[in-house]
Design a binder for this molecule. Structure first.
Ligand code: ADP
Length: 317
């Protein structure tokens, strides 16, 4: 549904997107993950036909986004970063306007606008100017304009950025609902979003792809994959019991969560052995948990050599 080949964007000498190659198959929700300044928006703008590549190519449903721009755009819905729209218009007027610009006419236009109003639950705000809407509703209007022409492909640039937790939850549900009949690329720097909506994730930094895997595969790269964590009233005893398990590589204590974590040697499983060791020493255990892995640690490990703006700032601090 989407394919890029050696896709590049330069601004003068600066390379914002550096020979990116990937494919997205029908029905996939691809998370585009990376620190600020990684090149996510620039890549999405090129696929959406909003920005011309310096070199390389991108195709949407087989149509080259430059040579066959109109055909590619017909198949593409695009929510730019911040969901810009015309603030003085009402949602109905704005959606009518976008539908017309998308070439929808007459009864078909009316029907599609009504459908997206229904799908994004916009009934109660139809007569209000967009600039007076809450951020959550503005984002819904942005999503509505992206799907009004019923595209096969959706490109969503940071769709939940700046929203409160309830609004984030709601937008993620909408994305999951749209994923039933669309192929979606969604950019984010929020790691929990990848688990919440994506079937696959590409990690990008400094314009290059550093990882391309399912969220589960990414978690499995974490040193906390298959780690065992627990709460206990006998920290010293638990630490001692865990340290006797041959496949335990390290033990960490987190003061904030008050959890003790045993990290396995690479590729090893320790849950049973740690449980047995604790039982043998009669250590009181409050909560015993097997970890699938920590996405934030994987993200930092993968992007560390290619520090993005945010991480570089943090490191300096
Ligand atoms: P992301 O979406 O991952 O935060 P962007 O794609 O917006 O990153 O930006 C990638 C890099 O390209 C950044 O360093 C940004 O400053 C730079 N950049 C983006 N647009 C322009 C532009 N019009 N002129 C010069 N540099 C730009």
């Amino acid at each position: 549904m989407i394919e890029t080949r050696q896709l590049c964007k330069r601004y003068g000498e600066f390379v914002a997107v550096d020979a990116i190659d990937f494919k997205v198959e029908a029905g996939q929700v691809l998370g585009f993950l990376g620190p600020n300044g990684a090149g996510k928006s620039t890549t999405m703008k090129m696929i959406a036909g909003f920005l011309a590549p310096t070199s390389g190519s991108a195709r949407v449903c087989g149509h080259d986004v430059v040579a066959d721009a109109l055909a590619a755009k017909r198949e593409t819905g695009y929510l730019p970063e911040g969901a810009p729209s015309y603030g003085e218009m009402t949602p109905r007027r704005f959606l009518d306007f976008v539908a017309e610009a998308r070439g929808l006419r007459g009864a078909r236009r009316k029907q599609r606008v009504e459908e997206v109003i229904d799908r994004l639950h916009l009934h109660n705000v139809l007569g209000q100017s967009i600039e007076t809407l809450s951020k959550g509703f503005k984002r819904r209007v942005g999503l509505a304009q992206a799907i009004v022409h019923d595209p096969a492909v959706l490109i969503l640039d940071e769709p939940t950025d700046g929203l409160d937790p309830n609004q984030k939850f709601e937008v993620r549900n909408l994305i999951n609902a749209m994923a039933r009949d669309k192929t979606i690329i969604v950019s984010t720097h929020i790691l929990e979003e990848v688990q919440a909506v994506c079937t696959r994730a590409i990690i990008i930094a400094r314009g290059r792809i550093l990882a391309d895997a399912t969220p589960t595969e990414l978690e499995a790269r974490s040193r906390y994959h298959q780690a065992v964590s627990l709460t206990t009233s006998d920290l010293a005893g638990a630490r001692n019991a865990m340290s006797r398990v041959a496949d335990v590589a390290a033990i960490e204590y987190d003061k904030i969560s008050q959890r003790l974590t045993a990290i396995p040697k690479p590729g090893r499983r320790i849950f049973g052995a740690v449980g047995d060791a604790l039982k043998a020493q009669a250590i009181p255990v409050g909560e015993l948990q097997l970890e699938s892995g920590r996405m934030d640690e994987v993200f930092r490990t993968i992007t560390r050599g290619d520090l993005g703006e945010d991480i570089a700032e943090e490191e300096r601090a």
